[in-house]
Design a protein around this ligand. Sequence first.
Ligand code: GLA
Length: 405
Amino acid sequence: MMYFARPTKLNIMDEINKAQHEMAARAERKFKSLFEGDPIVVRSPGRINIIGEHTDYNEGFVLPGAIDKAAYLAIALRDDDEIHLMAADLDENFSISISELKPVGDISWPNYILGPVAQFVKKGIALKGFNAVLMSDVPIGAGLSSSAAVECATTYALNELLHANLERLEMVKMSQTSEHEYAGVMCGIMDQFASMMGKSGHVIKLDCRSLEYDYVPFNLDGIKILLLDTNVKHSLASSEYNTRRKECAQAVEWIKEHEPQVNSLRDVTEEMLDKYVLIKDKLVDMRSRFIVQEINRLQLACEDLKRGDILALGRKMFATHDGLSKMYGVSCDELDYMVEFVRNNDAVIGARMMGGGFGGCTINLVKEEAIPGLIKDISAQYEKHTGKKPDAYVVSVSEGTDKIL
Ligand code: GLA
């Protein structure tokens, strides 16, 4: 069977917009109850990724979209160089002055705001202190890039308040660098790009080498994106993530000794892996082979999407999961359980773990009418099997970072 694209229904978008404005208004009210002055409120979303995982830092392609769950930052400049922050959902405060700016150790959330501040300092843009209230409905540690959402919101808001006239792409890069420097995760560009550049009803086919991109319509008739959260918090993620990066770089180094034109796994074929990597190290071969296959799989998946052959796209999502689990080694029992549970269900077009891995969500393309029943079944069985309660979110593909108030 084939499913074809159709325009987004207006009433759904209206509802999403209403909910977003309510969140923004709440952030503004909270700000006014704590600080003086009139803040602006910037919204920056989390993201999904249809296919193309761990390919961004290998100069491959990704296919992410912004979602209707976002971070909201209500923020106004001060006259001195102090930064006063409040995380409303956690009921936590944090203060520092710009002259003492550095990553903080005991709590993590201020780093997602301080990292972007440091990028403005590095660029020599004249800064001032500020007060800010952060609110977010992007689940934390669920692989939906809650941290990129806060980084992009902060970068965008400071650009507005300081009249720095930065291009969006520049702000994407600053947000990515702040994740490297203030969160210690050597992430690729996907999350910050999707958050900042997202477009309602579209996913983004991004070439992570040239940074050229296309918006691909993603309104599948009768099918919704269902995220199933294992509620396993990916604590291993940052160290293992950085290890995977090194394994990929090692493969490139070995191949480059023979093929000097090769600069990343984007330039590599499976034949090159056979010749130069497999003989040296089986693990490095398996890791980099997954990436070479995944870059290719994404290209084919985009063709499926163009033809409206969503079933073929779905099969590729399952193949991606198998590769991430068995070859790239970034899944976990709970993610595997969720994907196996839906694999032979006709109402589930495709499913896989999403994001960095070691926990977080699976992304499932599911026929709309089957969603309530599926959530009920999987919740009961998952809990029986793992002792953990899962969460389920039906999400829509939404707009990127913007000033809402
Ligand atoms: C995390 C990183 C991204 C990307 C994904 C895996 O979300 O932040 O840059 O590498 O993992 O695709």
